[in-house]
Ligand binder design. Structure first.
Ligand code: MN
Length: 131
């Protein structure tokens, strides 16, 4: 059996963590999750995920600060980084790109589209489970 593609989810809201983990695992991904920025950064360094989903609204260190910290680690500098946020404010997308995000998903997540949206951001060399 091919090794599963590992996704790191950094999200403080437990029901969202549960839903996104469920959808990803159901589609053959392995998920590691953290409830805040510092825990997520430590997990990213240890687990070297294929992609990181990062909530912008986190307690303490916000998603933009977490993104900048992840990008400063040379081993994580090229890991696809996707913002997950309910901030639908003007200029937010530009700010996300500036912080180093590769993509942007808006809450509420559409369960029918979410996994395909994640797959779109995986590097081509990564195995795509379930295919
Ligand atoms: Mn949040």
């Amino acid at each position: 059996m091919p090794r599963k593609t590992k996704i790191l989810l950094i999200e403080d809201h437990e029901p969202n963590r549960y839903l996104l983990t469920f959808l990803l695992e159901k589609n053959g991904f392995e998920v590691v999750a953290a409830p805040d920025g510092p825990a997520g950064i430590a997990l990213a360094a240890r687990e070297k995920p294929a992609l990181i989903l990062l909530d912008i609204q986190l307690p303490g260190m916000d998603g933009h600060a977490v993104a900048r910290a992840l990008r400063r680690d040379p081993t994580l500098a090229h890991t696809p980084l996707v913002a997950v946020t309910s901030y639908a404010m003007a200029g937010d997308q530009a700010k996300a790109v500036e912080a180093g995000f590769d993509g942007y998903l808006e809450k509420p997540i559409d369960p029918d589209l979410f996994v395909e949206q994640v797959r779109c951001h995986l590097r081509p060399a990564d195995p795509e489970p379930g295919r």
